[in-house]
Design a protein around this ligand. Structure first.
Ligand code: HEM
Length: 406
């Protein structure tokens, strides 16, 4: 299969525009009766973009973030008179983002959902282990310990999802309760569409897996790197806290409208997404022969779009490209680059841009706001700055902070 790499952002746009659109037409967005190939995608898109549904999911963010800060407070209490504790936030945020996705996907079936996602975390780790070896066709069917556990996990996940789906279907039959979560939406769409478009339990399982991987992994990296940056740049931590306290006060629960008004916070999150882009690169298979940057690529060529490299390109961002400077986003994304160039792709670009971007930004704003309302954090001597890519951009040796109550 021919491969290429596209470095200039204009050419990236051309390659991305060629990818298959997610929706058959704009009109189809938000409706659930679509071509079979798009039906799953649109249920998902509706959950993440339809305002009332999205707002109904909002309490799940609040519950999970409250659990996180309460847990940190208990750790501080347990530390007693010491007054501060060391915390590795790269171990804390997966729990938060996993719980958020579990609640928004399964809602009332949270306990079963949590087990499903725990098993998926284990599957991801085992898959990473497999990827470290040279690829041998058929290797997955070898009777190794890792493969055996992967098959067992798969069987358990499928059994649990089937159980949750059947339980919810019975509840829907009995009292019409749908539930404000992804599962409810998927099952509702199944009932309202004709039988050709229905999702099988297997489809529902695949959807839950994709939603989980797409939603949990990258948001946890955004949160981790944000805390790392706020700890390295205490002046930005102070500015962000001042803004949060100004909008919500010390004890106020961050609400939907207030979070959307946080300007400094948005600038900080954008700068983190630029410098520590969770999805560092993306591949696109072009559907027709294309001329990009003077090179002709045949149909079927796989082009690599290295987002992280563009985010670190001084021609696009200026000579201070490597510095943490949230103020570059003070007048929005389009004014942050040199000459208004388009060069910011943390959520991809074009027809397949991430549909969870608002979800992720809101979740991150809520979590960081609640943390800033209660705690301050400073450098821990154990921290070693070593970003490395394991599917997404991780801190290789963890992200340790010294946490103190305000
Ligand atoms: C900081 C957080 C996130 C980042 C950086 C991120 C980034 C991305 C990127 C780069 C893509 C590929 C876009 C493309 O193909 O052009 C993508 C796709 C996607 N993302 Fe996100 N994402 C984030 C959070 C989320 C969340 C929270 C959800 C769901 C709740 C989500 C759901 C999805 C889905 C469903 C897709 C599409 C997958 C497909 O087309 O098959 N993402 N994301």
């Amino acid at each position: 299969m021919p491969r290429g790499r596209v470095l200039r952002r204009r050419e990236m746009g051309e390659a991305q525009a060629d990818s298959q659109p997610r929706f058959p037409s704009r009109k189809a967005q938000g409706t659930l009766v679509l071509h079979a190939t798009n039906v799953h995608m649109c249920v998902r898109a509706r959950a993440l973009t339809d305002d009332p549904i999205f707002q109904a999911m909002f309490p799940a963010f609040s519950t999970c973030c409250t659990e996180l800060v309460d847990r940190w407070e208990s750790k501080l209490l347990a530390a007693g008179s010491e007054g501060s504790v060391e915390l590795d936030v790269s171990q804390e945020f997966p729990v938060l983002t996993g719980d958020v996705i579990t609640r928004t996907s399964f809602g009332s079936s949270f306990t079963e959902g949590r087990r499903i996602f725990e098993l998926q975390v284990d599957q991801a780790k085992r898959l990473m282990k497999l990827l470290q070896y040279l690829y041998i066709p058929g290797f997955l069917s070898f009777l190794t310990e890792n493969n055996r556990r992967m098959w067992e996990n798969k069987r358990e996940i499928e059994g649990l999802v089937r159980g949750v789906v059947e339980k919810r279907e019975r509840a829907m039959d009995k009292d019409g309760a749908i539930g404000n979560d992804m599962l409810g939406l998927m099952l509702q769409s199944n009932r309202s569409s004709n039988s050709d478009l229905r999702m099988s339990t297997q489809d529902v399982i695949q959807e839950c897996k994709l939603f989980y991987f797409a939603g949990m992994e990258s948001t946890q990296q955004l949160l981790t790197w944000t805390v790392v940056m706020l700890r390295m740049y205490p002046e930005w931590q102070d500015r962000a806290r001042e803004e949060v306290l100004g909008v919500f006060g010390r004890d106020g629960k961050p609400g939907f409208d207030g979070l959307n008004r946080l300007k400094t916070m948005t600038m900080i999150l954008y700068e983190v997404l630029r410098l520590y882009t969770p999805v560092v690169t993306m591949n696109r298979k072009i559907s027709k022969e294309m001329q990009i940057g003077g090179v002709t690529y045949p149909a079927g060529t796989v082009l690599e779009l290295p987002f992280l490299m563009v985010h670190h390109n001084p021609d696009v961002w200026g000579e201070d490209v490597s510095e943490f400077k949230p103020q570059r986003f003070a007048e929005g994304i389009s004014k942050a680059t040199k000459n208004g160039q388009v060069g910011f792709f943390p959520f991809g670009w074009g027809p397949r841009i991430c549909i969870g971007n608002n979800f992720a930004m809101l979740e991150a704003k809520m979590a960081v706001s609640m943390i800033l309302q209660r705690f301050e954090f400073r450098l821990s001597p154990s921290y070693a700055h070593a970003p490395c890519t394991v599917i997404t951009l991780h801190p290789q040796h963890g992200a340790q902070i010294m946490l103190k109550s305000l």
